[in-house]
Design a binder for this molecule. Structure first.
Ligand SMILES: C[S@@+](CC[C@H](N)C(=O)[O-])C[C@H]1O[C@@H](n2cnc3c(N)ncnc32)[C@H](O)[C@@H]1O
Length: 288
């Protein structure tokens, strides 16, 4: 693998900070990340942000096909040339913003559940995780490199300071696992913050199922919208449009102390709460 610095210089390309372009500079590490995905020769990989191809090359060697989506048109030609030079012909490179890509159509095209891989640009990583949650019927598993703090938040348990909206949303529908730490010095240019590789395996159906998943996700958002407040106050000051007395009653009905904070509530607690709110809205014929 030619170093990212040499490749960028040869192609007269400057890494763009706003696209989170910190390229992996260690082929052994790239191979180790791909191994964590447990790819086999039937798998179709969706790679988000292939960049100069550090992960693309080992993934293409292990999988049937790689669909690689990058927003930066400047590096598409470079990547194509690198892949041809490496004798790799099973990668389809698409120039697009991943947040605008319909994962269901890629899934139909692949005619099997996707394995999603990516060293994600830090500024869109939480949006990508939410996108994967919503499209999880199309995704079997994901191996993602994220900023260390973001990975900690995703994998956090209730009661910890890091526990938040994404921990609960993923806790509802997936199993997450910290796979390996990655030092900032292993990228070019080096970012300020270390990274962590995590694994996500989606569970369909979820072990504890909400009656209305859309409502569950809105309740989670409302509860963490004001995370320093009690659940009663956070919910009553949210877009759910429930007054404080109703929130007090519904929380008690769901066997949750209204004075607790969102960061202490487990996934089954959130599901109970959203089901109780959903029942209340059906009875009063009021949409939350
Ligand atoms: C952290 S770099 C990773 C590059 C390569 N996978 C590696 O590990 O060296 C992030 C990549 O995502 C691309 N990118 C940034 N925003 C994107 C978006 N919205 N959609 C698709 N790709 C994006 C960047 O152009 C860049 O190639």
């Amino acid at each position: 693998m030619t170093s990212p610095r040499a490749l960028l210089t040869a192609w007269n390309i400057r890494a763009k900070k706003q696209l989170g372009q910190n390229f992996l500079n260690d082929p052994n590490l790239a191979r180790a990340i791909v191994e964590k995905a447990g790819l086999n020769s039937d798998d179709v990989v969706l790679e988000i942000g292939p960049g100069l191809g550090a992960i693309t090359v080992p993934a293409a060697k292990a999988a049937r096909r790689v669909i690689a989506v990058d927003k930066d048109g400047r590096i598409i030609d470079l990547l194509h040339t690198e892949l041809m030079a490496a004798g790799i012909h099973n990668v389809e490179i698409r120039e697009a913003d991943i947040l605008r890509v319909d994962l269901a159509s890629i899934h139909r095209d692949a005619s099997r559940q996707l394995v999603v891989m990516g060293n994600l640009p830090y500024n869109i990583s939480s949006q990508v995780v939410v996108q994967l949650i919503h499209a999880r019927r199309c995704v079997d598993r994901a191996v993602l490199m994220l900023q260390k703090e973001m990975a900690q938040r995703i994998c956090a348990e209730p009661g910890s300071r890091d526990y938040g909206r994404l921990s609960v949303m993923l806790g509802y529908c997936a199993q997450t696992q910290v796979l390996m730490p990655v030092r900032a010095s292993l990228f070019f240019p080096a970012p300020k913050i270390d990274s962590t590789v995590i694994g996500i395996r989606f569970a369909d159906p979820p072990p504890v199922r909400a009656d209305d998943e859309g409502l569950l996700f809105r309740v989670i958002k409302a509860a963490f919208g004001k995370r320093r407040k009690t659940l009663r106050n956070a919910l009553s000051q949210s877009e759910l449009k429930l007054d404080a007395a109703t929130c007090q009653r519904l929380l008690t009905e769901a066997q949750i102390d209204p004075m607790r904070r969102a960061e202490t509530l487990s996934v089954p607690g959130f599901v109970r709460l959203s089901n109780t709110i959903g029942n209340h809205c059906r009875l009063t014929e009021k949409g939350p």
